[in-house]
Design a protein around this ligand. Structure first.
Ligand code: GLU
Length: 228
């Protein structure tokens, strides 16, 4: 198990996400990380250890970005260390992902991506997934939501994921199979989390994704939930 927290709205995302990650600590984890979008760039900070270690190390606490995602990792593929911690970037640096679960066929997918020229800096199955999404998105000129959907149909395993595309900084795409994912719907803001505890003080309107459902969480748009 691990924890996922995301925010998209009008508040500074950093404190919302870090506080949310602390509330998910009960789920167990070995590393923590956060990615925030501000002024056309993604700021990333991640570390082996506790959420408090992330706060101490944090190079992003002065980032006032209002979109971001955070993660507490329970390592399944690759030892607990800073590099294997989430979030993970795609090769282009455009996509960033957090993932709870296991991609069982990651080995075969990774081999194929390496053949296509992709490089991997971590040992995780998650970095394979974000590059698979990127490959599909680029080759077929797809929107992020569609590329995530196509990629997940090639994946065997379990997941709750949140994916962000720097080219579309007003949306986060989420999906679930076998790991919980809740979306808090506020006024002109959305919260994403493994359970409702990270956003309980902001909204009591929670949508729980079912297995094999995904959602495009887009600012100023109604929540768009669809089947994977
Ligand atoms: N399988 C992924 C990893 O090892 C995610 C583990 C988790 O659920 O935290 O990085």
């Amino acid at each position: 198990m691990c924890g996922i927290v995301g925010y998209i709205g009008h508040r500074q995302a950093y404190p919302v996400i870090v506080k949310g990650l602390s509330r998910l600590e009960y789920r167990g984890y070995d590393s923590a990380g956060i990615a925030l979008y501000e002024n056309g760039a993604i700021q990333l900070c991640k570390t082996k250890g506790k959420v408090s270690d992330l706060e101490e190390k944090s190079t992003v606490n002065n980032t006032y970005g209002t979109i971001g995602m955070g993660h507490t990792r329970w390592a399944t593929h690759g030892v607990p260390n800073d590099v294997n911690s989430h979030p993970h970037f795609s090769n282009s640096g455009d996509l960033v992902i957090i993932h709870n679960g296991i991609i069982e066929n990651y080995g075969a997918l990774k081999k194929e991506l390496i053949k296509r020229g992709y490089k991997f800096s971590s040992d995780t199955d998650t970095e394979v997934l974000v590059n698979l999404i990127e490959d599909i998105q680029k080759n077929n000129n797809l929107k992020l939501g569609k590329a995530v959907q196509v990629a997940l149909n090639q994946v065997v395993g379990a997941y709750a994921i949140a994916v962000f595309d720097i080219k579309k900084p007003n949306e986060i795409v989420v999906a679930r199979l076998g790991s919980p994912l809740a979306i808090g719907v506020g006024e002109n803001e959305f919260f994403i989390a493994s359970d409702a505890s990270p956003f309980i003080e902001y909204t009591n309107n929670a949508v729980y994704l079912e297995d094999e459902e995904m959602a495009v969480v887009r600012l100023h748009k109604p929540l768009n939930v669809r089947n994977i």
